[in-house]
Every structure is written in C-alpha cells, then in structure tokens.
Design a protein around this ligand. Structure first.
Ligand SMILES: [Zn+2]
Length: 117
C-alpha cells in the first residue's frame, strides 16, 4: 500500500525529525496550512509512543514559530482528521480574523406579499 503522507514529495517537506515530518497541505484554503505526519505508518492517533507524543508537541511548537514569522496568524486550529489520509497526522490551520466590518451582522427582512385569494 502506498502511503502519500509517509513518503511525500521532497518539495512538500518543510522540515523533519526522526519521528515526525512537517509537510505543506496541498489544500491551502487556509494560507500556511501544514500537516505534521508521523514518520512511521500508523492509522490510530492513540498508537504513538510517549516519545512520539512528546516530540509531536515540540514539532508543533517549532511549526507555529515558522508560521508566526511568515504569516502572523491570530490563532491556530488543530485537527486529527483521518478521512482522506489514513495516516497519523495533525493538521495546523493558521487563522486570521477577517476585518471587523465582515463581522457586522446583516439582517434581512423577508418581503411578505398579502394574500390575494
Ligand atoms: Zn501511512
């Protein structure tokens, strides 16, 4: 079985440790979206060893530092979704608040026509 996350294209790799690899998510619907992928193949997020979990948080911190210096996002969201790639990975979603005017509520009043029957 070919696992794309275990052997990504070299140009997609941001950096790697012995246990984790950070790659660019091809879906850039959030600018700077990256994935931290377990170096060995496993499909269960509960399976990483203590050493792998400790290293995961170190890798996430380093990744955040890189993204902070490049994009200065307001915050991050994280997910462990295995829907498309059945390989242990964490996706980092840099998030930026839209300009305030986009948060202003817009209320629409429906037009109600009087009955004519
Ligand atoms: Zn895999």
């Amino acid at each position: 079985m070919t696992c794309v996350l275990r052997q990504p294209l070299e140009e997609h790799e941001v950096f790697a440790t012995d246990l984790w690899r950070v790659i660019v998510n091809l879906n850039q619907n959030k600018l700077g979206k990256l994935m931290v992928c377990l170096m060995r193949h496993d499909e269960d997020i509960c399976a990483p060893t203590d050493a792998e979990l400790l290293e995961l948080w170190n890798v996430i911190r380093k990744t955040k530092g890189i993204l902070d210096s490049l994009f200065r996002p307001d915050r991050y969201n994280y997910s462990f979704l295995m829907n498309l790639d059945s390989h242990v990975h964490c996706t980092l979603f840099p998030a930026t608040r839209p300009p305030a005017y986009l948060w202003a509520p817009t209320f629409m009043t429906p037009t109600i026509s009087p009955r004519t029957d």
